[in-house]
Design a protein around this ligand. Structure first.
Ligand code: HEC
Length: 107
């Protein structure tokens, strides 16, 4: 019985995940938090700084995360961010959109 309840739960989880990608969960599960804090610059610029730089340019941010854009926040440190693009490139479109919305919500 317990097993059945668990498998029902996981089906529900899969279905809801495909409904709306959760940008915050993606940001955390892909390790972005190691270098990006909400408001303080650490290894990477804060989410606030990224959101401010990309304000009104969501399409550019999505392009950047697809590996088709240029770094505009802190280009001198681009080499540290570059390997992460392999991760964001591999996301589905709706996941990348949710991730961008999460980042832009920090303005
Ligand atoms: C090893 C540290 C590190 C990790 C992990 C990391 N970043 Fe970064 N990130 C940086 C640094 C350093 C910069 C500044 C260089 C730059 O602007 O490209 C940056 C810049 C950015 C920018 C701004 C790009 C621009 O236009 O300049 C975005 C957006 C971003 N990161 C998103 C992410 C996301 C999403 C993840 C998780 C998949 C992630 N980062 C993981 C270090 C990291």
């Amino acid at each position: 019985m317990k097993k059945l309840a668990l498998s029902v739960l996981s089906v529900v989880a899969v279905v809801s995940a495909s409904f709306a990608a959760d940008g915050k969960a993606i940001f955390q599960s892909k390790g972005c938090t190691a270098c990006h804090q909400p408001a303080a610059d650490t290894v990477g610029p804060s989410l606030k700084k990224i959101a401010t730089t990309y304000a009104g340019k969501e399409a550019d941010l999505i392009k950047y995360l697809k590996g088709e854009g240029k770094a505009i926040v802190d280009p001198a440190k681009e080499a540290i961010m570059k390997p992460q693009i392999y991760t964001t490139k591999a996301l589905k479109d709706d996941e990348r959109k949710a991730l961008s919305e999460f980042i832009l919500s920090h303005k």
